[in-house]
Design a binder for this molecule. Structure first.
Ligand SMILES: Nc1ncnc2c1ncn2[C@@H]1O[C@H](COP(=O)(O)OP(=O)(O)OP(=O)(O)O)[C@@H](O)[C@H]1O
Ligand SMILES: [Mg+2]
Length: 345
């Protein structure tokens, strides 16, 4: 894993850690983390508040010194070769880097100038990024007057001014509305298409699902599950089908029908017209569930049971933890997929 005696481009993993540890007093915030992240991919680090995501990222970005284990970025040791690592990575944090009192353009131009671009090149690059990020109209406004979504986009724009080899995105969409989340996702995809490796931390399973090819679930400083999205989802089950009926008195019949059609546990909700089915999915492929769910809806319609609302939700992070650890982890984060994938039948 060392870079000594090496010429030519690095062909190993973008990130490799072994037994990485960070303690704060008695708190082992990162407690022996092993990661291997292939170059050119998006890797998701998924976990609740306090899991150790930011601490891990900060060690990899050379902002914090590990207390144990080791970490290499493109083959360079994050402690002994911190300068080299720093020149290859870019971090957009939960705590952002742009100056509130400057405008969008001023921020990007300043950063471009600081990293050695000519004045003209800096303005060109700033204009390009502001366009690409849908911020052209806000270019001359002070960043402190930006909305949360605009703010997050300017942060990411700042972090990719010089296309980094490795980009850390620490909860890039926490607190954003669904539309802004989608915009940020599009940006991330565009960055990856340029060859950048992305380490994304998130509390949202659906975000990791949208962007990442592999995911590590981290809890209390430890990796409790790792794999492709399919593997992870298969271990959890595909999610929940929520149905709201027009008439409460048809519910027992609807419950029986759904149980048969979905081959799943169906539970009545406290709301007398609502039912929820937990659907498992061995293949880890959401498509099969969607198909089953639409067949079930058709059967309800044939039985003359009116469905007012129907939604297919991914398992929440809470359900992932329940499946992986057998206990609930209260994160306070609900999966926005629950709200955005609604369809009225
Ligand atoms: N500078 C610090 N000093 C002391 N404790 C810290 C420090 N930074 C983090 N911690 C502690 O380390 C643990 C992990 O924190 P970390 O910020 O890495 O979690 P996280 O997974 O990023 O959570 P969140 O989703 O809330 O951002 C927490 O218990 C936190 O209180
Ligand atoms: Mg964090």
């Amino acid at each position: 894993m060392t870079s000594s005696n090496r010429t030519g481009p690095w062909s190993g993993p973008a990130i490799e850690t072994a037994g990485l540890v960070k303690t704060f007093g008695d708190n082992r915030a990162v407690d022996g983390v092993d990661l291997r992240i292939e170059a050119g991919t998006v890797y998701g680090l998924l976990g609740p508040n306090g899991a150790g995501k930011t601490t891990t990222v900060r060690m990899l970005a050379t902002l914090l010194r590990p207390d144990g284990g080791e970490a290499h970025v493109f083959g360079h040791d994050v402690v002994r070769e911190a300068d080299t690592v720093r020149s290859r990575v870019s971090l957009t944090g939960q705590y952002a880097s742009v100056d509130e009192d400057l405008t969008g353009t001023e921020n990007l131009v300043l950063l471009a100038r600081l990293t050695g671009h000519s004045k003209k090149a800096s303005y060109d690059r700033a204009g390009q990024l502001l366009d690409a990020f849908g911020l052209a109209e806000a270019a001359d406004r002070q960043v402190k007057n930006y909305s949360g979504g605009m703010r997050r986009r300017i942060d990411i724009a700042a972090s990719i001014l010089n296309t980094p080899d490795l980009l850390f995105l620490d909860e890039p969409t926490t607190g954003l509305d669904p539309r802004s989340r989608n915009q940020v996702w599009e940006i991330v995809r565009a960055v990856v298409a340029q060859g950048t490796t992305v380490l994304l931390t998130t509390q949202y399973l659906d975000e990791a699902d949208q962007l990442a090819s592999r995911i590590a679930v981290i809890d209390k400083g430890r990796v409790i599950a790792e794999g492709t999205k399919g593997e992870l989802k298969a271990s959890v089950g595909a999610g929940a089908v929520h149905v709201r009926l027009r008439d409460a008195h048809r519910r027992p019949e609807a419950e029986r029908l759904l149980r048969r059609a979905l081959d799943a546990e169906v539970e009545p909700e406290p709301d007398p017209v609502a039912l929820t089915a937990r659907v498992g999915n061995d293949s880890g492929d959401g498509g099969a569930v969607a198909e089953k769910a639409s067949r079930a809806l058709a059967e309800l319609a044939r039985a003359g049971i009116t469905v007012d609302n129907f939604s297919l939700g991914q398992p929440s992070l809470d359900e992932v933890f329940l499946a992986l650890t057998g206990k609930h982890e209260h994160t306070g984060a609900t999966s926005p997929a629950e709200q955005t994938k609604e369809a009225t039948a």
